[in-house]
Each structure stands twice: as structure tokens, then as C-alpha cells.
Design a protein around this ligand. Structure first.
Ligand SMILES: Cc1ncc(COP(=O)(O)O)c(C=O)c1O
Length: 294
């Protein structure tokens, strides 16, 4: 039986009319860049996460670079990042002028740990990127206890639950990707920066708009990296489904477990007291599945 890695249509089918209605509203409004739809989504996503500020940007990679710069990362700094992640987690660092310093992950949870981060700290470490890879929840509080600010890369963890709150509300700042295949995916590219720090939020808002706080004076060399109103309108609808979808992912994982998959391969291990909304349910096997025959 062929199982597609990702089915773009099934989640959207029942929402089609609402999505088209939202697109029509935005088309009629004529407000396509930022504007009230983006502001409304930012407020609703902040409330969902239990966070203070959400800043919508063009994608999850820009979100990381802008968040790092808003946290004060720049030339001469080191940023610790796991070597086991999607490329963008590390790719986002050099554009700030800082240097990526790679750390290991725990092979069972696939998360960074205080120990793996401590081994990578240097006198120039300005921040740690804790990646909630596959939707598992990295131990952000324990890493912060090392005395370094944490930027959560929560691109794969929308809908996950942790003992201290939702990923995205745990570190100094966090970033999300709304790439269509993500747990909360829009109908194009999109991303967001989340933070409890008003200064980080203000700087991120300026950097997404060419480095201007007021769109009259231009204080920083920034980016043209804004969330579109169309995507924000879609995301407002999709956000209402996120918890249901995340529960479905958790139930699918539990079903694999009950069915005994763990007797054949190593299953991913959730971190303590977490409820991952498995973006990907990645198993490990010493033998290639393809070579086992049928
Ligand atoms: C862990 C992680 N970080 C960052 C990104 C980058 O997000 P985007 O593709 O929206 O730029 C992704 C997307 O695949 C990701 O999986």
C-alpha cells in the first residue's frame, strides 16, 4: 500500500469554502501586505501560544535570522545550533555575521540537552538555537539555566505541548514556519517570530520592514520580509484546526506504538512530560527497510 509522505488536500478539503471566502475578503479590501488580517493573526497566534508578541514574516528562515538580530546577535558572536536539524536552522546564522557552533543531540529524543549545549559553549556564545525537531520539545528552561538566551526553532512544533507551556512561548524568542507541509501550514510561504520581550518584538517589526520603525526613517539594514494578508487570513482559519490535527498526529503515533512498531525499530522518544505533535514520526533502524525484502 503506497502511503504518501504528505497529503496536501485532506486537511484543506473541509475548509475550502472558508478559505475562498477569506481570499475574497482580502481581495476586496485591497490591503495585501501586513494590515488588519496580519495584525489579527498575530494576536490570535500569540493568545494560542500564551505569548506576548507575534511578528509575521515571509518564511521560517527569515524568521530565524531576524530573531537572532533582534536578540542582538551580530559579527563576532557564536550561536550554538544542533548539527541534526533542517539546514535552515544553521543557514540563518551567517547572515547575522555570527558563527554557527554545532552541538550534538540526544539520539533518543533527537533534542539538544543542557550537556550537549554546554560542551559547545564558547566565550563568544550569544545565543543557542534549540530546535523542536519533528515536533518533540527541547528542554528550553534547562538550557536557559546555563545562562545563555535561547531562540526556539519551532518550525516543526506547532501544536506540541511541553511541561512549561507550548513551544514558541518558552525561550527569549521563537520562530515558526508556515510552509504548506508544516503542522500549521499556509497556502504559500510564511513565518513568524514570537517573543515575550517588547524590545525584541519592536526590533523584529523594524527589521521585517527594511529596518524602519516608522516607515519614514531607515535606521537599520533590514529585510523585505512580511507576512501577506492573504496568508494571514488563511492562517486564522487553519489555526482553529491546529489542536485537532495535533491530536490526530499524537493518536497516530500511539497507534504505531500499540501495534508493536517498537519491536522492530527504535521509536522516537518524547522528552519528559511533553506531548509532541509529531510533524514527522522518525524511526531508527540498523538495517535499511528496503533491504529487508517483503
Ligand atoms: C527546523 C526548521 N527550521 C527552519 C525551517 C525554515 O522554514 P521555511 O522553509 O519557512 O523558510 C524549516 C522548514 O523546513 C525547518 O524544518
Amino acid at each position: 500500500m503506497a502511503i504518501p509522505l504528505f497529503d496536501i488536500h485532506s486537511g484543506l478539503a473541509s475548509l475550502r469554502d472558508r478559505l475562498i471566502e477569506s481570499a475574497a475578503t482580502t481581495i476586496d479590501s485591497g490591503a495585501f501586505i501586513l494590515g488588519p488580517e496580519v495584525a489579527a493573526f498575530e494576536d490570535e497566534f500569540a493568545a494560542y501560544l500564551g505569548a506576548e508578541h507575534v511578528v509575521g514574516v515571509a518564511n521560517g528562515t527569515d524568521a530565524l535570522t531576524i530573531a537572532l538580530r533582534a536578540m542582538g546577535v551580530g559579527p563576532g558572536d557564536d550561536v550554538v545550533v544542533p548539527s541534526f536539524t533542517f539546514y535552515a536552522s544553521a543557514e540563518s546564522i551567517p547572515p547575522t555575521g555570527a558563527r554557527p557552533v554545532f552541538c550534538d543531540v540526544d539520539p533518543d529524543t533527537m533534542m539538544v540537552t543542557p550537556e550537549t549545549v554546554r560542551a559547545a559553549l564558547t566565550p563568544a556564545t550569544k545565543a543557542v538555537i534549540a530546535v523542536h525537531l519533528f515536533g518533540n520539545v527541547a528542554p528550553v528552561r534547562e538550557i536557559e539555566a546555563l545562562g545563555v538566551p535561547v531562540l526556539e526553532d519551532a518550525a516543526q512544533a506547532a501544536g506540541s505541548l511541553g511541561p512549561d507551556g507550548r513551544p514558541g512561548s518558552l525561550g527569549t524568542a521563537a520562530t515558526f514556519s508556515f510552509f504548506p507541509s508544516k503542522n500549521l501550514g499556509c497556502l504559500g510561504d510564511g513565518g513568524a517570530i514570537v517573543t515575550r520581550d517588547p524590545e525584541v518584538a519592536a526590533m523584529a517589526r523594524a527589521l521585517r520592514f527594511h529596518g524602519s520603525h516608522d516607515q519614514v526613517t531607515w535606521e537599520h539594514v533590514g529585510y523585505n520580509s512580511r507576512l501577506d494578508a492573504l496568508q494571514a487570513g488563511f492562517l486564522r482559519i487553519l489555526l482553529t484546526q491546529l489542536d485537532g490535527w495535533a491530536d490526530g498526529r499524537r493518536q497516530a503515533a500511539a497507534r504505531y506504538e500499540r501495534a508493536g512498531l517498537g519491536e522492530h525499530v527504535a521509536l522516537p522518544v518524547p522528552t519528559d512530560e511533553s506531548g509532541p505533535a509529531w510533524h514527522l514520526y522518525v524511526i531508527r533502524s540498523p538495517t535499511s527497510i528496503g533491504s529487508q525484502g517483503r
